[in-house]
Design a protein around this ligand. Structure first.
Ligand SMILES: CC(C)(COP(=O)(O)OP(=O)(O)OC[C@H]1O[C@@H](n2cnc3c(N)ncnc32)[C@H](O)[C@@H]1OP(=O)(O)O)[C@@H](O)C(=O)NCCC(=O)NCCS
Length: 189
């Protein structure tokens, strides 16, 4: 296997809620560009990102270039009953694979909620490094995430990091796109 190139970023930093609040606009523009969403999506997502910061176990890591512009961002928190994503995934896993499998994955996990790298900085190992730094020290047994069905650079990365299928071709309420839910036991090797 060829080693991934070293990331061309000046620094990685763990962000506090205040840090992210003060750079929220920049982070959301990065997110919208990475996902190729319409521009107005940034404003729509702001309340959700602000609410996520208040959740138990919330952690955020960002990458910055030499001009101190944000080159990548990842955040997540501890999954728990009552959270929309948790309930959606739990229902899907239980229906398809049974209660025991759902319990095994979802009893103690970190939800990797957002992971985005600026388009001009992708493919340099930044995404992988953000995941490693984010989940290191969470203390959870598993990490779970959902991503639109591939193929995509995101899928390549998750497979490289040994994420396995938890649910495939899954439809979340209100979103017509099929998603994959992937999971991995922690810690990352
Ligand atoms: C998905 C995303 C966050 C990944 O970030 P990234 O910095 O581009 O990722 P990395 O450079 O760490 O890894 C991606 C590539 O490196 C490869 N790679 C990673 N580690 C590797 C290793 N040790 N050896 C060889 N290849 C490796 C991956 O397979 C992948 O290959 P590709 O570029 O040929 O597709 C980024 O591409 C992105 O923001 N995409 C758009 C938004 C998105 O899809 N976000 C995820 C939503 S769930």
């Amino acid at each position: 296997m060829t080693a991934a190139p070293s990331p061309r970023v000046a620094r990685f930093a763990e962000l506090t809620g205040d840090d992210l609040r003060s750079r929220l606009r920049e982070a959301l523009v990065l997110y919208v560009n990475a996902m190729r969403y319409p521009k107005g999506t940034a404003e729509q997502r702001a309340p959700m990102w602000l609410a996520h910061m208040l959740r138990v176990g919330w952690r955020c890591v960002a990458a910055f270039d030499a001009e101190d512009r944000m080159a990548g961002i990842a955040y997540g928190y501890q999954g728990a009953p009552g959270q929309w994503w948790h309930e959606q995934v739990k229902r899907g896993v239980t229906e398809r694979h049974g209660h025991e499998v759902a319990e095994r994955w979802m009893e103690d996990y970190f939800e990797l909620t957002e992971l985005h790298v600026r388009p001009d900085s992708q493919g340099q190992g930044i995404g992988g490094e953000l995941i490693r730094k984010l989940v290191a020290g969470t203390g959870n047994a598993h990490v779970l995430l959902s991503t639109p069905e591939g193929p995509s650079r995101a899928w390549n990365l998750y497979r490289k990091l040994d994420f396995v299928d938890v649910l495939r071709e899954y439809q979340f309420a209100g979103d017509p796109r099929p998603f994959g839910v992937l999971g991995r036991t922690l810690p990352l090797a």
